[in-house]
Design a protein around this ligand. Structure first.
Ligand code: MLT
Length: 387
């Protein structure tokens, strides 16, 4: 029998981090000590209080049945409490919040909710691959919005083709930004809101790195911009803030019609998040300062160490006070790919080639700080020796 994948799946390249994982496994199976600075997957354990909450909730048979696709009230109330304390934003748990099986799930699925065959989505370049993947799966077309270092990786809205802007259905944005680590102010989000209102575009803001910052100024929420709730939603992930990548839990918050449509879609394709995980996530939200403080101390130390070693090697990088990534320029004479291959082959170190995040990422590579200090230092030393 011949199994033919759908055209949409055939046309997609392998998922970036699945491909990197395949290369790492192959090397490790040959006994090679590979150090991965690839995926942003925190090495720090989930805080104990959150794990205890899961254990307790998992013992309760009431939690063993189907959850609601929209999320437990208790979970959504904790999200609302967090948004109020952290961003001073009032959310109605009933209509303006929905649970997700990780932010990635919501980001991929939002395209099915609003994109019809041939519709445009405006997507930053470089960016987290799932914005484009979701668009392509839903039959949509990608219109790239270049992020340039000279603009501090902010989107240049004047550069967007006006005819496309009028036709576009969705816009994906993400600050603090993956992969560049750039941050933006709520003033910038206000400019996005006016653009979206003018062109009737739904804005989807990915705020996965909101609580990973090192300076005194905290990243804001898209919903801090006046009018944001009229045009869009925000995805929040517990993965990076609370070291919960494996738990698969996040949420979408904001415009109630968009949330309701996403819920309508989700009730048809998934059955929500295990209730015990939602109780544990609520514990995280209710005590977010206590549970995230330690991470930022650790990442700052790693960021400073990496910056000083890169300075020493003579590799340029973008300076930012947020995210778990360093966005660096490949040394002269290399492309993103040839540099990633060099360090993989000569140093057994994995970095992510910037070109995997879009054309504009060419000439860059990304380092993830989610590895213990000594291994990070060793990896950077190996990169230095390989040049
Ligand atoms: C990344 O490394 O870009 C992220 O960890 C991937 C993800 O969040 O799915």
């Amino acid at each position: 029998m011949k199994f033919e994948e759908s055209r949409r799946l055939r046309e997609l390249p392998p998922y970036l981090f699945a491909e990197i994982d395949r290369i790492i496994r192959k090397k490790r199976s040959r006994g090679i000590d590979v150090i991965s600075l690839g995926i942003g997957d925190p090495d720090i354990p989930t805080p104990e209080g959150i794990v205890r909450k899961l254990q307790k909730a998992a013992e309760n048979p009431e939690n063993h049945r189907y959850p609601s696709s929209y999320g437990l009230d208790y979970f959504k109330e904790a999200v609302a409490e967090y948004y109020m304390k952290r961003f001073k934003i009032k959310l109605d748990p009933e209509t303006e919040i929905i649970s997700l099986i990780g932010a990635k799930e919501g980001i991929a699925n939002i395209s099915y909710v609003f994109i019809d065959e041939g519709d445009y989505a405006l997507i930053p370049d470089p960016s987290y691959p799932v914005y484009s993947i979701g668009t392509v799966f839903a039959g949509g077309r990608i219109y790239s919005m270049p992020l340039k270092e000279e603009n501090n990786y902010l989107i240049d809205l004047d550069g967007i083709d006006k005819k496309i802007a009028r036709k576009a259905k969705l816009m994906h944005i993400n600050y603090p930004n993956n992969p560049t680590s750039a941050v933006c102010s709520s003033d910038f989000f206000e400019i996005i809101v006016s653009f979206a209102e003018k062109n009737n575009i739904i804005v989807c803001h990915d705020n996965a790195y909101a609580d990973t910052y090192f300076g005194s100024s905290k990243p804001c929420s898209f919903l801090n911009a006046d009018g944001a709730k009229d045009v869009g939603i925000e995805f929040y992930s517990l993965s990076k803030t609370f070291n919960m990548t494996g738990w698969r839990i996040g949420c979408a918050v904001g415009n109630k019609e968009i949330i309701s449509s996403l819920g309508k879609y989700k009730t048809n394709v998934d059955s929500g998040v295990f209730n015990a995980i939602q109780y544990a996530a609520a514990e995280a939200f209710k005590n977010y300062e206590k549970y995230s403080r330690n991470n930022n101390i650790i990442y700052k130390k790693r960021r400073d160490m990496t910056a000083s070693i890169l300075d020493n090697i003579g590799i340029d990088y973008y300076t930012s006070n947020a995210t778990i990534y360093i966005w660096a320029k490949v040394p002269e004479g290399y492309t993103s790919r040839s540099f990633a291959e060099l360090v993989l082959n000569k140093a057994d170190v994995v970095v992510t080639p910037g070109s995997s995040y879009g054309k504009q990422g060419e000439g860059y590579f990304r380092i993830s700080l989610t590895i213990e200090d000594a291994r990070l230092e060793e990896a950077l030393k190996r990169i230095k020796d390989s040049l």
